[in-house]
Design a protein around this ligand. Sequence first.
Ligand SMILES: [Zn+2]
Length: 305
Amino acid sequence: MLYDKLAAIVAAGRISHAWLLTGRPEQTLEQAVLLAKALLCHRLQPDGQPCGQCPACRKIEAGNHPDLQLILPKGASVKIEQTRAMQYLASLEAYEGGRRVAIIHQAHTMPPAAANSLLKILEEPRAGLFLILTAPLGDSLLETILSRVVWLRLPENLPANGSDVYSGAYLAELNREQELHQEMQAKCSRLFELLAQPQDGAALLLLARSFRDDRQSGVALKQLLSAFLEELLAELRNLAAAAICRRHGEPAPNAPKLAANELQALEMAALVEEARRDVNANINGILLLSVLFLQMRDILQKNIK
Ligand SMILES: [Zn+2]
């Protein structure tokens, strides 16, 4: 069921072209889809609830309504390309019934460039286009965006409908991301474990070769390497920060257990940044990792006295 306060607004015909729903991610996504349903429903109920039976409601339930665009965060954030896609969509005519709805889930994760292109859409609303943003808290969005949306905080105890195809797909994606993240953390730990010991390189090459396409979960090697290098870079930055803190006698943040000074940590981080750029060029990923691991070993061995 659509949250009754939202349904009441829809029933009263006070339909804004831009909304913000805040609350838990699954809850806001579910309510955003229900609101989209109410906006697109052919037989809206007098209380503002979507009928659930008309062709529009059924298409939304099946996840294939042509006038509903769902923009989910990919990786950690809603990427600029996704917002561009929405902008393109916003410029098209609606297929059915004259209304189009775009949901930007977890809008607070938008990088500034994406937030700016969203702002352009909000500033020049197009007839028939409705935007629904979701976020855990409203304060995390730009003031200029907040001032142009109807903001509703969902109550904590709102019952979940549980059957929604969109939030189901979203949760599945979220789980995959978390699994990938944990897997890459384990690989990083293994790498630091190997680098902490004297290495002839064989074990490092073996670790590099352990990366391959994961056909079962549909994760391509390139994607895997991007996730791994991102994780590794964060760890190396922690390592550098910890070394700096130690030098100043300040409490150090959590960092990999590796005997390295800040120069070594930063040198390794620079190599990882370079590798991240190369992953997107068509370079052999396993070879790239092998070289990176050996270079990291050399940096550590060269300077340790
Ligand atoms: Zn309907």
